[in-house]
Write a protein that binds this ligand. Structure first.
Ligand SMILES: Cc1cc2nc3c(=O)[nH]c(=O)nc-3n(C[C@H](O)[C@H](O)[C@H](O)COP(=O)(O)OP(=O)(O)OC[C@H]3O[C@@H](n4cnc5c(N)ncnc54)[C@H](O)[C@@H]3O)c2cc1C
Length: 268
């Protein structure tokens, strides 16, 4: 088990990881590939203090190298759920799992909207993970909503294990069913199906971690960056305010200090 698990390897998450290591905590950062992030595509970051000519890709690569050099473990994967137990947290990414004593969410400006029917039918035909749930749908009709860079690979995997896959790239989706998913309404057309895999780059925070409070679409935090769930902290674009790198870096640092204090209090 790690001391601190961080979700998201943008400036907030990597800053948190560097500070957590400076406080002597073991850290894993679980994230989508940094090279797929919006920051990576920015040709010039003009306003990060001291680095006036740096590109988004170079800044991102330097942050990754720095975090690795101080001993943070960087794990590539899309986190589909997190849950709190009595004194730790579990984080599922694909079919893998990690646990930590504190959790820091640095998800970026995530998509907070979900499709009609998605929350109601989650676990009853709605899935976020092809590797975890694909075998349940062998020989059945499924819809894959492809909204993440790796979604076409996941759709191919589902075809490979014998699912009959309809792949959609639209976000005009309604999921219909009663006790189970029965169909998907996509751009006005109804597609009967037994299951739907919604493959987004990020999961709405409230679905990612039940009990997490939001305010205006952003994760609600106190001044120490603690959230409504004890032991869970959040920083960067996902908590709102100026959506800027310098702010994300500072908040990531403070969230890590608060998480370290939270852990140390538990030991006392
Ligand atoms: C094109 C562009 C240009 C910009 N230019 C500037 C600029 O000049 N100056 C400036 O200050 N800011 C700029 N910004 C904004 C800046 O990039 C953000 O404010 C900053 O990156 C926020 O950092 P963050 O760590 O909060 O989130 P992000 O950098 O968005 O990182 C979050 C990471 O978490 C990952 N993630 C989210 N959910 C999950 C999940 N469920 N599982 C796994 N991984 C997940 C995301 O894929 C992403 O990699 C720019 C942004 C863009 C898109």
């Amino acid at each position: 088990m790690y001391d601190i698990l961080i979700i998201g390897s943008g400036p907030a998450g990597l800053s948190a990881a560097i500070t957590a290591r400076a406080r002597g905590k073991s850290v894993a950062v679980i994230s989508n590939n940094a090279a797929d992030s919006g920051l990576y595509r920015a040709s010039l970051i003009g306003n990060y203090p001291g680095l006036p000519d740096i590109s988004g890709a170079e800044l991102s690569d330097r942050l990754v190298s720095h975090a690795r050099a101080v001993g943070a473990d960087l794990i590539t994967g899309r986190v589909i759920s997190a849950n709190a137990t009595k004194d730790s947290f579990g984080v599922a990414y694909g079919s893998e799992f990690e646990s930590g004593r504190a959790l820091i969410l640095c998800l970026g400006a995530t998509q907070t909207s979900i499709f009609p029917g998605e929350a109601e039918l989650l676990g009853r035909g709605v899935s976020y993970c092809a590797t975890c749930d694909g075998m349940l749908y062998r020989g059945k009709n499924i819809v894959v909503v492809s909204l993440a860079p790796d979604a076409p690979e996941e759709a191919e995997y589902l075809r490979g294990i014998g699912c009959h896959v309809t792949e959609l790239k639209t976000d005009d989706i309604t999921i219909r069913g009663d006790s189970r998913v029965r169909s998907v309404l996509a751009d006005g057309d109804e597609i009967p199906c037994d299951g739907v895999f919604v493959l987004r780059e990020s999961v709405a925070p409230a679905i990612l971690l039940p009990g997490l409070e939001s305010d205006g679409g952003y994760i609600k935090v106190d001044r120490d960056f603690s959230t409504s769930v004890p032991g869970v902290f959040a920083a960067g674009d996902c908590v709102g305010g100026a959506l800027q790198i310098a702010k994300a870096v500072g908040e990531g640092q403070q969230a890590a200090l608060s998480a370290a204090t939270y852990i140390d209090r538990g030991i006392e």
